[in-house]
Design a protein around this ligand. Structure first.
Ligand code: ADP
Length: 484
């Protein structure tokens, strides 16, 4: 194992069930995508352990929900403090197992922790209401209650933030949780559990099980009758499967699935600002986020100028091990990711796309890939319809606003959309016309704990962050008081 000594206290490479650390009978290796070296072995658990974790969460739920909101709030606040006190170690760990540059990892710790802080505060503001009754002797009470045991299945691209974004609101309202982190990045999840334990979270309230294959555990987490809600972030294909598995027991589900984000540059845009936004939204985490731009749509009049400015900046992006100074592009998560990017590039070039820069695996080898820009892209190409999830910027050309909006909306996805413009009428009209859960105007980075994150169409169900993210974990109970 090559995990640095400095991280030994933070990472217990065991599953966390009912406040106990379990070794399991089988293990699998967690590797560093920058060099392929094994970092640690973690338990490879299955259906049986998943049921054990659900049983623990089920047992812990009644006492947890009965605590005062202030008590839950204090515990969450202590968890937040513990995470921020270990920001540097957590960032190192994340770069080691996920590959993102250290500066991005530090940012993710702060971003991920912000959900814990926010929901620690909101815990005290979860309230029902009294409505006018339907007779002089009747009153209508509306209680807001925790939904019950929650399961969370999370992806590898944000090993920390996707966990806190689900767990913090669930815990705040009084739910207990079982987490199944992605097989590529379980160490950050286990470090979070360790910090929650240190913060004093009661046994069984938060459980983490690790598994090399998502399917068996996922089946239990989405079908066990003791579970009332599942929250998933990941691919659209797996999300659909989980949703159908939820049907038998009518579980509530939040789904944060794939995107196909357009980034529209209108001819009145501030081009320098648009290029800044483009770099952040396209190349963050080497293009491996669900809100990363998948397609640039640029208006005729500024097409060449935008392309030149973008290409100049992309050529200067430093690729390398995320722990090295100045690196802004880490490795891709695995070989399959490299192959997908290459397939999209080859397809675009075969169909008449023009290579502006990059285009192939990086000379560093492994899963490093050259940041790529392709011009003259059109709707016949795979990149128009399929999420690349890598460092490829395909640039389409358009003439009218209507054409840009129609093209942006011509997808089953509807997560994030970006556009740059100055005219205020255009800003209003385009914002209203885009069929997306999130629209970012003159800004390349829109994620924050203060806003409702989520998609429409096949990009998902439900919202995370803000007070809307809290409602996902509560049920309303109507109590009729009669005979008054
Ligand atoms: P990605 O392509 O980003 O890896 P996935 O949807 O495959 O997205 O993975 C997201 C999460 O879903 C991971 O934790 C993974 O282990 C889990 N997962 C994968 N397949 C299944 C499945 N059949 N049932 C439940 N969870 C799954």
């Amino acid at each position: 194992s090559t995990l640095p000594e400095s991280l030994a206290d933070l990472v217990i490479p065991k599953a966390y069930i009912n406040g106990q650390w379990h070794r399991g009978t089988h293990t699998f290796a967690v590797t560093n995508p920058a060099n392929g070296e094994a970092l640690a072995q973690v338990p490879d658990m299955g259906a049986e352990e998943a049921r054990e974790a659900i049983a623990a969460a089920d047992q812990a739920f009644p006492a947890w929900r009965k605590k005062t909101a202030k008590e839950r709030s204090s515990l969450l606040r202590r968890w937040f403090d513990a995470i921020m006190a270990h920001q540097e170690e957590l960032a190192q760990l994340m770069t080691l197992e996920q590959g993102k540059p250290l500066a991005e990892s530090r940012g993710e710790v702060a971003y991920g922790a912000s959900f814990v802080e926010y929901y620690a505060e909101e815990a005290k503001r979860v309230a029902g209401e009294t409505l006018p009754g339907h007779g002089v002797d009747k009153r209508i009470l509306v209680f807001r209650e925790p939904i019950g045991v929650v399961t969370a299945i999370t992806p590898w691209n944000f090993p920390l933030a996707m966990i806190t974004r689900k767990c913090a609101p669930a815990l705040a309202v009084g739910c207990s949780v079982v987490i199944k982190p992605a097989e590529a990045t379980p160490l950050t999840a286990l470090a979070l559990a360790k910090l929650a334990e240190d913060a004093g979270l009661p046994a069984g309230v938060l459980n983490v099980i690790t598994a090399s294959q998502g399917a068996d555990v996922g089946k239990v987490l989405s079908t066990d009758p003791r579970v009332r809600k599942i929250s998933f972030t990941g691919s659209t294909a797996v999300g659909k499967k989980l949703l159908s598995q939820c049907a038998d027991t009518v579980k509530k589900a939040s789904m944060e699935l794939g995107g196909n984000a357009p980034f529209i540059v209108f001819d009145d845009a501030d081009l320098d600002a648009a290029v800044e936004g483009a770099l952040v939204s396209k190349y963050r985490n080497s293009g491996q986020t669900c809100v990363c731009t998948n397609r640039f749509l640029v208006q005729d009049g500024v097409y060449d100028a935008f392309l030149d400015k973008l290409a100049a900046r992309v050529k200067a992006l430093k690729v390398g091990n995320g722990l090295e100074d100045g690196v802004v592009q880490g490795p891709l998560i695995n070989q399959a990711a490299v192959e997908k990017v290459q397939t999209h590039i080859n397809d675009a070039l075969d169909k008449g796309g023009r290579l502006v820069c990059g285009g192939k695996p990086h000379a560093l080898g492994g899963t490093f890939f050259e940041p790529t820009v392709i011009a003259d892209v059109d709707e016949s190409m795979q990149v128009a319809h399929d999420e690349t999830f890598g460092p490829l910027a395909p640039v389409f050309r358009f003439t009218t606003d209507e054409e840009a909006v129609a093209s942006a909306n011509a997808t089953e996805s509807g997560l994030a959309a970006y556009f740059y413009a100055r005219d205020y009428r255009r800003i209003w009209h385009v914002s209203e016309s885009l069929e997306y859960g999130m629209v970012s105007v003159n800004e390349g980075l829109l994620s924050t704990e203060l806003a409702p994150f989520g998609g429409v169409k096949e990009s998902g169900l439900g919202r995370e962050g803000s007070r809307y993210g809290l409602e996902e974990y509560t049920e309303l109970k109507y109590v009729c008081i009669g005979g008054l």
